[in-house]
Design a protein around this ligand. Sequence first.
Ligand SMILES: C[S@@+](CC[C@H](N)C(=O)[O-])C[C@H]1O[C@@H](n2cnc3c(N)ncnc32)[C@H](O)[C@@H]1O
Length: 199
Amino acid sequence: MILLTLYGPIISDFISLLWRACRVMELGVLAAALAVVLGLVVYALMTGVAPAPTSPRVASVMLDLIPPGIEGVVFELGSGWGNLAFPLARRLPRCTVRALEISPLPWLFSKVRHRVEPLTNLSIRRADFHPVALGDAALVVCYLFPAGMDTLKTKLEAELKPGAYVLSNTFSVPGWRPEAVRRADDLYATTVYLYRMPE
Ligand SMILES: C[S@@+](CC[C@H](N)C(=O)[O-])C[C@H]1O[C@@H](n2cnc3c(N)ncnc32)[C@H](O)[C@@H]1O
């Protein structure tokens, strides 16, 4: 009884402190989740495309389409969470894979992923790919959106060297004749296009 009288107020203070701490933490977690969602939405609106990752099945079809013996620089334009960048770097050890992503959260995630799997032939940069020169590319890989492919087409035609390859998930380059087209056996029967710049 004496103990309860002595410690009762302390215990009750402790419980109310704990309760308030939980509320503050809850609010913190909520605020962080909101910031993450907002960040993703803002960049999706800015670029016109959400950071939807390429599925392993589609990635495997894309990797299989890459011509053997390719060497040099590979660009991934809009590398998202790294779902293509890492398999590309693993599959092409003699190439330098340059992954460019503008949206901060997917970029940060892929940077952490790079710490965990430090592939030396992969660099991941937070950047808008539009001003990046593609002149030394042997292969350009992308998974964008129809209007984005229109804009990209002009850039590719102006900058890519003859013989360079372009590999696109889902969206074709308007007006170009693909060298190969494959369908993945996923739910959407996703189409993958491979192009080669005329020599
Ligand atoms: C559909 S996601 C594909 C992600 C990744 N390539 C994959 O296949 O898993 C398209 C990504 O392109 C990025 N993106 C769009 N426009 C961009 C730009 N101008 N510069 C850099 N990244 C861009 C988006 O933020 C998004 O993460």
